[in-house]
Design a protein around this ligand. Structure first.
Ligand SMILES: Cc1cc2nc3c(=O)[nH]c(=O)nc-3n(C[C@H](O)[C@H](O)[C@H](O)COP(=O)(O)OP(=O)(O)OC[C@H]3O[C@@H](n4cnc5c(N)ncnc54)[C@H](O)[C@@H]3O)c2cc1C
Length: 498
């Protein structure tokens, strides 16, 4: 046992657990430290008054044949508790309603001039999904990753070379090329979709990345039985089955560093505990944002990481509502997922664009009899909430309640009866998010995917410390952090042989 290397993983998000399970399967000693009493972080499901609410993520993609979850499932022999649903969701624009189905027919019916855009879109995305299933360690951080990339590139030659121009374009440039940028409703429709999948809109999102993100509904969207947190729970069960250890309610307060190497992590049991215990490790993987990583390293943070933090703009936060809604108060055959886009110009997020998900009626474990567990989210700037909290606590509470009321009224405009059917309201701001996920200032969703050449990899400036999760390429979503988790596990195995 003494000769088996030990890897400490900070955080039981989907990225951290993916790495943990693969390392445990390869025979490493693995310990995962999770502050909460349940796994999943931004893609967790928590219990409250008989409901099982999805805390953030609600839509699960990547379970199709070559999707990241399916690939990982085959590697770990996991049968995911998922069921595909079609339509994936309904988009409510000011002047039209679009059913987002796998065949894309309603999108073409509602935006007839967009056919050429979707044709090209499909071929770009097809190749990108195929290549990512084989492993795309981008940006390559050593010779082994460069070699892996070259091999994948070679296998898909020459189709991949034809895609090269898109690596330098934005989605908007593709639209302009097809004169679709003249259609403000279509641009808005794409922008709202890109904002939730790539954290920026068409003018900024890279065309290759955007093509993959916009392909989600065609690839298929799935319900996770019991709530999206069961992706993480399934992984956590696998980690334990493979001999790994998960320490819940353990807050990592510091990463121990000596002579430029990580020696292990200091963790305390419970938020209020004062005693920090050192868990020695040969390698540390942080399922955190770079900001949180820097604060775990304190004075020992490498200069490159400090420079990165100083140079980076804060990312988005989320305002989230968890609602208990009477099923019989909703119109019959209401779909489970809805995206609401209130205007075709002006800012997005802040309640102007919303994503709403209801627990499926068949998943009775999600809510008390006759009720549905609903999660609604909208992008929000984090600074506004922290400023209010620091200057005037009552004003912060009032702002939360006002935002909740506004959002519920806006849902009621497209799902009549929704407001009257709502019996339980739990609002959450970036402050709430920081508390429950330990993501600094409640920044969620990773970095905007604007340039492939600015993408962040897992390296941290410390030889035996890696970052995993939605701050590294390919960014946010349970599917994307799974790809990142596989890459980091391979990286650890290359550097910590036994
Ligand atoms: C509102 C919202 C909606 C979203 N919708 C979707 C969606 O529909 N579909 C989709 O696929 N994705 C969605 N996402 C994105 C997706 O949830 C995330 O990209 C993904 O879950 C992030 O995983 P991660 O591996 O980065 O870990 P995180 O989710 O960040 O989890 C990290 C874990 O580490 C723990 N941790 C951190 N620091 C410490 C520490 N010091 N000590 C102990 N534990 C620690 C945290 O408690 C947490 O459990 C959404 C995100 C949000 C916020």
């Amino acid at each position: 046992m003494r000769n088996i290397p030990h890897v400490a993983i900070i955080g039981a998000g989907v990225g951290g657990l993916t790495t943990a399970a693969l390392l445990a399967q390869a025979g490493y000693r693995v310990s995962v430290f999770e502050a909460q009493t349940y796994p999943g972080g931004s893609a967790s499901t928590f219990t409250h008054k008989g409901y099982r609410f999805d805390s953030g993520a609600t839509v699960a993609g990547g379970f199709q044949q070559n999707g990241p979850h399916a690939v990982l499932g085959r590697m770990l022999n996991i049968n995911w508790p998922v069921y595909q649903h079609d339509p994936a969701w309904i988009v409510h624009l000011p002047d039209r309603v679009v059913r987002m189905c796998q065949d894309n027919e309603d999108v073409l019916a509602k935006f007839p001039t967009s056919e050429r855009f979707w044709q090209k879109q499909r071929s770009i995305a097809y190749l990108a999904w195929q290549m990512s299933a084989e492993g795309l360690p981008w940006p390559p951080q050593d010779l082994a990753e460069l070699l892996q990339l070259t091999q994948v590139g070679w296998r898909h030659f020459p189709q991949d070379v034809r895609l090269a121009p898109y690596a330098l374009q934005s989605v908007y440039e593709r639209l302009r090329h097809l004169a679709l940028h003249y259609d403000p409703v279509f641009v808005r429709f794409l922008d709202a979709s890109l904002l939730i999948s790539a954290q920026a809109t068409s003018k900024r999102v890279n065309a290759l990345y955007g093509a993959t993100a916009l392909d989600l509904t065609r690839q298929g969207v799935y319900h996770v039985e019991g709530g999206i947190g069961n992706i993480a729970q399934t992984l956590a069960d696998k980690v334990c089955e493979l001999g790994g250890q998960i320490y819940y309610r353990h807050f990592v307060t510091r990463i121990a560093i000596e002579n430029g190497r990580a020696l292990g992590v200091y963790a305390k049991k419970g938020r209020r505990a004062t005693q920090n215990v050192l868990f020695p490790a040969d390698f540390v993987v942080a399922n955190t944002t770079p900001w949180s990583l820097e604060s775990l390293l304190g004075e020992q943070a490498p200069r490159s990481l400090k420079r990165e933090i100083q140079g980076r703009e804060a990312t988005y936060g989320a305002f989230v509502l968890h609602l208990g809604v009477r099923a019989d108060g909703l119109p019959q055959d209401t779909a489970d997922h809805h995206q609401i886009i209130r205007t075709i110009d002006g800012p997005m997020g802040e309640g102007e664009t919303l994503f709403l998900s209801m627990s499926p009626e068949w998943d009775t474990a999600r809510a008390p009899d006759g009720m549905r567990a609903v999660t609604v989210s909208t992008h929000t700037r984090i600074d506004r909430w922290w400023r209010l909290l620091e200057t005037d606590y009552q004003a912060y509470q009032n702002a939360k309640h006002k935002m909740a009321e506004t959002i519920i009224s806006r849902i009621d405009e497209v799902i009549p009866g929704f407001k009257a059917a709502t019996e339980l309201i739990l609002p959450g701001s970036p402050v709430t998010y920081e508390f429950y996920t330990l993501r600094q200032q409640g920044m969620v969703g990773g970095f905007p995917q604007t340039s492939l050449f600015g993408a962040r990899g897992p390296r941290t400036g410390i030889a035996n410390l890696r970052l995993v999760g939605d701050s590294i390429f390919p960014g946010q979503s349970t599917a994307a952090v799974t790809l990142g988790g596989i890459r980091v596990a391979n990286d650890v195995m290359r550097h910590l042989r036994f």
